[in-house]
Design a protein around this ligand. Structure first.
Ligand SMILES: Nc1ncnc2c1ncn2[C@@H]1O[C@H](COP(=O)(O)OP(=O)(O)O)[C@@H](O)[C@H]1O
Ligand SMILES: [Mg+2]
Length: 362
């Protein structure tokens, strides 16, 4: 195992080659760390800014061995890497952060909500679903409509469907492909918020100011941060973040999605064991952004300051919206981040723009 703190010039391994890996690699380079990417994707957008790429499936034993011997610490930018991969890497004697447990918990929505409730981070009521009959049985307790989600591998609202009534149970189960699922009570939230938090190797926890998130078609459209919230809400979010990160013995940055209710109560929606799209505002709104923060945490460096320096509105550029770049690049008080993906497929995150204005005090 590597000695922490890692010395400048050390190597970080990253599982996944998407935009989060790209921005991690850019941040790592600023601190003199080299990044090796493991991805099955040819010419991935992270590879383009990394020192090296291992082009292989995540569970390719040879590639994992090569990664373990090249890297002083390994992390991931994509939480659906098979859990066995992290265990293999740990067996090969390389540090992985966050660890296998964080990954396993956040990969399965039932495990995730069970863990959250056990560490006093409340969620909506839910039931584990293995059949249409389970849906019918749970619907009386949870109320209709209720939201049916695949336990595993959903993202950007994929693998979800509303169950309107008992009569809809069979069809709803078929709509998500008849796979193991979770049925969730409908949250009648006032707003969606998220907290980006980090835990260092010394156990220190920090939380950025909250972001207010707006989704369209299941995809994050924009984040406004710092969100104007009561001190009660900010304190609850910080307490939730601390309980979750300590409960997972977490090292690194995590994104925690929250529902805020009219009365100021917060429920946790889900945890992402990685840097998070709703934290992109920190790139231009904070001294130390979420990517550098993650690098610092996994390298065993002290965490950096998380206070906001500006009010930021982050807008995702999805699919063909990227064609607006000539106008966006000329905008005043804004910074454009482009991910270097060649094909602007529907629903694909191609870049984002951060629009800045002076800080408001909530
Ligand atoms: N129980 C719920 N009640 C109401 N809306 C929900 C509920 N769960 C999720 N949603 C809505 O669906 C969106 C996507 O769900 P989420 O669980 O975050 O899945 P994903 O992994 O696709 O992001 C949430 O941001 C929220 O707007
Ligand atoms: Mg989500």
């Amino acid at each position: 195992m590597a000695d922490f703190p890692l010395a400048p010039g050390s190597t970080l391994g990253v599982l996944g080659g998407g935009q989060l890996g790209r921005m991690l690699a850019l941040a790592a380079a600023r601190l003199s760390f080299d990044v090796v990417i493991l991805t099955p994707e040819l010419d991935s957008c992270a590879s383009r800014v990394a020192a090296r790429t291992l082009l292989a499936e995540f569970n390719d034993e040879q590639a994992l061995k090569a990664l373990a011997s090249a890297a002083d610490v390994i992390t991931f930018e994509f939480e659906n890497v098979p859990a066995g991969v992290v265990e293999t890497l740990e067996r090969l004697g390389v540090a992985v952060a966050p660890g296998a447990r964080s990954l396993a918990v956040s990969q399965d929505r039932v495990e995730e909500k069970t863990f959250l409730n056990a560490c006093r981070a409340a969620t909506v009521d839910f039931a584990a679903i293995d059949s249409a009959a389970d849906i019918s049985a749970a619907l009386d307790r949870l109320g209709a409509p209720a939201l049916l989600k695949t336990r595993r591998e959903g993202y950007d609202g994929k693998g979800q469907t509303w169950v309107e009534s008992h009569a809809d149970a069979e069809a709803a189960f078929a709509r998500i492909g008849g796979v193991p699922a979770i049925l969730e009570a409908r949250a009648e939230f006032a707003r969606e918020l998220s907290v980006i938090a980090a835990r260092g190797r010394n156990g220190e926890v920090v939380a950025y100011p909250l972001g207010e998130n707006h989704h369209e078609n299941g995809i994050l459209r924009r984040t406004r941060a710092p969100a104007i919230v009561s001190s009660h809400v900010q304190e609850q979010a910080e307490a939730i973040a601390a309980r979750v990160l300590i409960g997972l013995d977490y090292v690194g940055v995590a994104g925690i999605e929250l529902f805020e209710f009219e009365d100021g109560r917060l429920l946790v929606n889900e945890i992402a064991p990685r840097v998070h799209n709703s934290g992109h505002w920190t790139l231009d709104g904070c001294e130390v952004d979420q990517f550098e923060q993650h690098v610092r945490a996994i390298a065993g460096w002290p965490l950096g300051p998380v206070a906001a320096l500006a009010q930021v509105e982050m807008e995702n550029l999805i699919g063909a919206e990227i064609d607006r770049w000539p106008a966006l690049i000329g905008e005043a008080d804004a910074r454009l981040w482009l991910y270097g993906k060649d094909e602007a497929r529907d629903g694909r995150k191609m870049g984002h723009i951060n629009r800045m204005r002076p800080l408001e005090r909530g």
